[in-house]
Design a binder for this molecule. Sequence first.
Ligand SMILES: C[S@@+](CC[C@H](N)C(=O)[O-])C[C@H]1O[C@@H](n2cnc3c(N)ncnc32)[C@H](O)[C@@H]1O
Length: 198
Amino acid sequence: MSVDWRERYQTGETPWEKGKPHPELPFLLSEHRGLVVEAENILVPGCGFGHDANLISSVAKGQVFGLDVADEAIGQAKERYSGEQRSWVVGDLFESEGNYDLVFEHTFFCAIPVERRSDYVATMARLIPQGGHLLALFFLNPDHKGEEGPPFGVTVDELKGFFGGAFEMIWSQPPSKTFEAREGDGRELSILWRRLGD
Ligand SMILES: C[S@@+](CC[C@H](N)C(=O)[O-])C[C@H]1O[C@@H](n2cnc3c(N)ncnc32)[C@H](O)[C@@H]1O
């Protein structure tokens, strides 16, 4: 069943919304600072209220684009985080155009229907030029159990299968910090993918 994201924001049924950036993001920004600082355009798809995109913009020198299909979410992001370096955009990632040296996300891949995962990788391959990067915190499903998401977990082998042709995994690490509700379940993994040539 697909989720009506606008309705979820309208009714306040948003358990993912924690009121702050992912607790691992400061580490990721310091570990990969060079990529963040050098990127001209950074995309944060499914940005919700914009906490991650806002923190990224405090390190970035280029423009940070927070994108979400729900205008309610973008409205909140605009209200909370204004500033020249941040662009808040209502739109569907799969129909987006542009060129981004760096994409960051932490709750998008797990939120989309599993049958859209190939589309997701094709979209990333279209938006990220050769040598660009996708930095993401994935939600794992190591036991490969059926689950009624979202969120929908994924195995590392499945990820390698989806991303393999267009991206190489150049770094990965389980986060040492996460939100309280996710502590101890060991289901998140940070991965840095580099876009290969076609
Ligand atoms: C699970 S929520 C996570 C929001 C935010 N990243 C956070 O962690 O607070 C998934 C977000 O992706 C957005 N979304 C879902 N499908 C989308 C699409 N095709 N294009 C852009 N945004 C989308 C939803 O509106 C929602 O804000």
